[in-house]
Design a protein. Structure first.
Length: 293
């Protein structure tokens, strides 16, 4: 297993996997819609082979699929989800897996989302649909379900660039968080040991933090107060019914416990929230603030 195609290669998960695989002597094909972007250029300079293309036009990628041993399937994020966007994502994911099987790819690692199985109750065609298709196919494959990204805090919707923390999640509910760099590392570990991960679904995340605890950590690291803005559930329903139902699910049920013992048997140390803030987060937040001013 030496040649890997990474989709969504300029995104957070994809780029983390590309760099990690390259550091460990894999030949990496990085799928991107825009090979001229600065992020794509960085991947190329690191040693990746850029592939211009789109999973919605699989026939144009047949030569690449025939070349590779493994596929890291990361689908584009959808921030305002709906039944239509869910169904489109499920269709793209299933078609990509089907195409990989037809072209002789040996192993597919699909990046889903934590709690995808619970979301199946109100999102009947979504990521869990893709997971089931992969694991029931004739391919060797595995599923990783990452927790909430620490990097998502840097998105404009959280408001940290404006001195706010706009929080849509249940404010007292602790959920696991993960640095996307760790997802890249774990993806590399899976490809290096793909036979042992074949057929597995791995919930992947680290420390548990409530939004209020995240706020306290941010205020401590920035050394200043932050305006905490809790988004009411009725407002979430106006923006996206599926996301609002996800928030309700988290509030009522929470996520299933992560098997930290299993993760640590392969990857002993994950990036802590405080470590991420010290190394990456606080610097980026200050950059956001300078851009807004």
């Amino acid at each position: 297993m030496k040649r890997i195609l990474v989709t969504g290669a300029t995104g957070k998960q994809g780029s983390a996997a590309v760099y990690e695989l390259l550091k460990n002597n894999f030949e990496v094909f990085a799928l991107t819609r825009n090979p001229q972007s600065s992020k794509a250029d960085n991947l190329k300079n690191a040693g990746a082979i850029l592939v211009k293309g789109d999973l919605e036009d699989l026939e144009g990628l047949s030569n690449i699929f025939k070349k590779v041993d493994g596929l890291f399937l990361v689908l584009p994020p959808v921030w305002i989800s709906s039944k239509e966007t869910d169904e489109k994502e499920a269709e793209i994911g299933i078609q990509a897996i089907k195409f990989a099987e037809e072209q002789g790819v040996k192993f597919v690692l699909y990046s889903s989302v934590l709690g995808s199985d619970k979301q199946d109750l109100f999102r009947p065609k979504f990521k869990f649909t893709i997971e089931k298709y992969l694991l029931e196919s004739n391919l060797q494959g595995a599923v990783i379900r990452p927790a909430s990204f620490m990097e998502n805090l840097l998105l404009p919707g959280f408001g940290l660039g404006e001195g706010k923390f706009i929080n849509p999640l249940p404010e007292e509910k602790a959920i696991p968080w993960v640095a996307t760099g760790d997802i890249g590392t774990f993806a590399r570990i899976i490809f290096q040991n793909y036979k042992e991960f074949n057929g597995k679904t791995v919930d992947f995340g680290g420390e548990l933090f409530t939004p209020k605890q995240v706020l306290m950590l941010l205020e401590e690291k920035l050394n200043q107060p932050i305006n905490f803005v809790q988004v009411p559930l009725e407002v979430l329903y106006q923006q996206s019914e599926t996301f609002a139902k996800l928030v309700e699910m988290i509030d009522k049920e929470g996520y299933d416990p992560i098997d930290y013992k299993f993760i640590s048997s392969w990857m002993p140390k994950l990036t802590g929230f405080e470590q991420w803030m010290d190394e990456i987060g606080i610097k980026k937040i200050k950059e956001l603030r300078s851009e807004d001013n």
